[in-house]
Design a protein around this ligand. Structure first.
Ligand code: ASP
Ligand code: MG
Length: 420
């Protein structure tokens, strides 16, 4: 028997009607002879609404209580989907993350899965039930507290459960037909990809593509779990995220992605001697701040001073500035500049490794569009640059066109969701 793990996002579960629609789809999959385990997100914009509500009662809610609150969103979906399936006439059992055996560390709000012990899920499946699991949550082994995995974490729950159960495929359902060559909201001519490697998907997800949670892709790559990203609003084949090399004629470029939530910190006048960069990034790491692009200038011979700039998620900007201010005397730098009016655009493709001229086309496209580049960073299969945030959409469109990714048919359809 084939074991399918499906995950439905909030936009596929926005109201009672959509819940019934999803329930029918799940029952169809079971009736086709599959064992089905389903992971659900909170309905519609529930998580955002709960966050707003929390802000109204407290400017700094205790992280433990925040997780108690947010996990309720997924529990509502899980129970309603289960009821709807029962009403269709199929046996079903719903489970919270903790009941499903999702064991995490104790970091509230961004817990990492450290083990999955799906004993109860396995026996419910053996008994012929469809299983529904609340996504985005687990329980800490050490603190015994309920935790959440970070925004968008239900994808990770789904892949982690699929790996632990030895599922044949993990299907991730959302409101678009799959992974696109760019965000269809910005580039209406974006094309759906039929397949993409785990590695390329990892680069896209790490640089702003919101279709899949980054940790879910990391998990899928580690456990070699194929993911089928598709729409719950159509029956079209979506995008298969699989191990690289299964397809001989892979396109050079997988897509263009962007991130408008980055900020840039510049540390001016850092003494150019061993150990200072270490002090700076150690302090940021201790505060659990994720740094993205780092650039250090050549130091001026006369002064022996240099500047270091780095980017990070804007939501961590304030903490980063506090951390750096606290070590200013110790490191001996002059001053700090904070800039949140930046955006990052990235081009990703495994074919970059072997095809010359990709950088030339990339920089020419941005030059022709009159877009100034502030920082550059590359990996073997990615080129990223930082631009002014108000030129970001233009940069995405220019690159998409320059690399011949525009489709004539305008096939990109966004079925639902508020994009919030
Ligand atoms: N409901 C959570 C969120 O909106 C988790 C998820 O949707 O995956 O971030
Ligand atoms: Mg959501």
């Amino acid at each position: 028997m084939t074991l399918v793990v499906q995950k439905y996002g909030g936009s596929s579960l926005s109201d009672a009607e959509s819940i019934k629609r999803v329930a029918h789809r799940i029952v169809e999959t079971a009736k086709a002879g599959n064992e089905v385990c389903v992971v659900v997100s909170a309905m519609g914009d529930t998580t955002d609404e709960l966050l707003d509500l929390a802000q109204e009662v407290s400017p700094l809610p205790p992280p433990r209580e925040m997780d108690m609150l947010l996990t309720a969103g997924e529990r509502i979906s899980m129970a309603l989907v289960a009821m709807s399936i029962a009403n269709i006439g199929h046996t079903v059992r719903s489970f919270t993350g903790s009941q499903a055996g999702v064991i995490t560390d104790g970091e509230h709000g961004k817990a990492k899965i450290i083990d999955v012990t799906p004993g109860r899920i396995r026996s419910a499946l053996d008994d012929g039930h469809i299983v529904i699991v609340a996504g985005f949550q687990g329980v800490s082994q050490t603190t015994k507290e309920i935790t959440t995995l970070g925004r968008g974490g239900s994808d990770t729950t789904a892949v982690a459960l699929a790996a632990a159960l030895g599922a044949d495929v993990c299907e991730i359902y959302s409101d678009v037909d799959g992974v696109f060559t760019a965000d269809p909201r910005i580039v209406p001519t974006a094309r759906k990809l039929d397949r993409i490697s785990h590695e390329e998907m990892l680069e896209l997800a790490a640089h702003g593509a919101k279709i899949l949670h980054l940790r879910c892709v990391e998990y899928a790559r580690r456990y070699n779990m194929p993911i089928h990203v598709r729409s719950s609003f159509s029956h079209k084949e979506g995008t298969w995220v699989t191990t690289e090399g299964e397809n001989v004629e892979e396109p050079i470029i997988a897509g263009v992605t962007h991130d408008r939530h980055e900020a840039k910190v510049t540390i001016i006048g850092v003494p150019d001697s061993p150990g200072h960069a270490a002090e700076i990034f150690q302090a940021l790491a201790t505060a659990r701040i994720n740094v993205d692009i780092i650039v250090q200038n050549v130091s001026a011979v006369e002064t022996g001073l240099t500047d270091i700039s780095f980017t990070l998620n804007g939501s961590e900007g304030q903490t980063a500035m506090e951390v750096l201010n606290a070590i200013q005397a110790k490191v001996g730098f002059d001053s700090l500049v904070y800039d949140d009016q930046i955006g990052q655009v990235s081009l990703v493709g495994a074919g970059m490794r072997t095809n010359p001229g990709v950088s030339a086309t990339f920089f020419t496209a941005l030059a022709d569009a009159g877009i100034n580049i502030e920082m550059i960073s590359t990996s073997e299969i990615r080129i990223s640059v930082v631009t002014r945030v108000d030129r970001l959409d233009d940069a995405v469109r220019a690159l998409h066109t320059a690399f011949g990714l525009d489709s004539e048919s305008g096939e990109a359809v966004v079925y639902g969701g508020t994009g919030r």
